[in-house]
Design a protein around this ligand. Structure first.
Ligand code: FES
Length: 307
């Protein structure tokens, strides 16, 4: 058997075990279709502008989770999800009607701040992510409507109807959660897009070019071991170097603007301090990898700084 036949046989075996139109593939293609569906893009644009125009001030960064170091939304959704799932369990336990109602009400109250954090994140996504995010939001809205109806039915003494509506709500929130997982892990919304840099650049000093070739007070792209970095020269003694791809969504920081010792990303406006890469303004929730620099014989060298 040659080396070439091995992968072919493995592929044929995989095809027999898991044909392309089997379950997982079908689900993935369905979500891919949501990503590619352009029919509602104008509506998305209107909602996006409305969310971005909300006068939230510094609360916007709070809702993004900048203070937490990663998106707040996945943390916030634990409360309504946990409450509703627990209510479903208590529905199966005799004598727990009141506790189940309290849990459903808790979910309905706490879903509002969870949704708020999700909407501010959503407004800074790529279009394909926004499409999936909108379906995620719609299924969760359906869950809220079903749980509201469930609680109303229970309070009116229609316990069986209340339980059925609760189960339907749990199904809707399950679909919403699966789409949220796709958004977070497959489409990498909310992930730190600069996380790989410290793992890809070897330790030690690396040349990034001649000082004379760096324009003053202007971000320019350079490379270290194939990894893009952005260099900003300030005077004859100081060069700042950060990872070039923004931690928020990999925007090109070399095309950004300098402001008060910081660099503003051209895509969604995250602001990173040049001296240490700190994300002083979101939506980025993670700082930018930063490099120490030195100038020897007119040559600029950079070394990854460990935080
Ligand atoms: S890519 Fe979104 S702020 Fe940089």
């Amino acid at each position: 058997m040659t080396h070439n036949t091995l992968p072919r046989r493995a592929a044929e075996t995989a095809e027999r075990i898991l044909p392309h139109d089997a379950g997982p593939g079908r689900i993935l293609r369905a979500v891919d279709r949501i990503e590619q569906f352009t029919g509602a893009d104008r509506v998305l644009d209107v909602i996006q502008r409305a969310v971005l125009a909300l006068p939230l001030g510094s609360a916007r960064d709070g809702l993004h989770g900048r203070w937490l170091g990663h998106p707040l939304h996945p943390v916030m959704v634990q409360v309504p999800l946990g409450s509703w799932l627990s209510a479903a369990v208590l529905d199966a336990v005799p004598g727990q009607r009141r506790a189940a109602r309290i849990l459903i009400a808790t979910g309905l109250i706490t879903v509002a701040p969870a949704a708020a954090s999700g909407w501010v994140d959503w407004a800074d996504l790529h279009k394909t992510q926004m499409r999936v995010g909108m379906v995620h939001a719609v299924t969760n809205l359906a869950a809220v409507a079903l749980y509201s109806a469930s609680l109303t039915a229970r309070l009116r003494g229609r316990e069986a109807a209340g339980r059925m509506l609760g189960l339907a709500g749990l199904g809707a929130v399950g679909v919403g959660g699966a789409l949220g997982g796709h958004l977070a892990y497959r489409q990498a919304s909310g992930a730190n897009h600069a996380e790989a840099v410290p793992h890809l650049v070897s330790s030690g000093w690396h040349p990034i070019g001649a000082l004379a070739d760096l324009p003053e007070d202007q971000p320019v792209q350079r490379e270290i071991e194939g990894i893009a970095v952005v260099a900003v020269r300030q005077g004859d003694q100081t060069v700042h170097v950060l990872a070039e791809r923004c931690s928020h969504m990999a925007g090109p920081l070399a095309e950004g603007a300098l402001e008060n010792g910081c660099l503003r990303c051209p895509w969604h406006g995250s602001v990173f301090r040049l001296s240490d890469g700190w994300n002083v303004q979101g939506p980025a929730t993670a700082p930018q990898p930063v490099f120490d620099t030195r100038i020897t014989g007119g040559l600029v060298e950079a070394k990854l700084r460990t935080r």
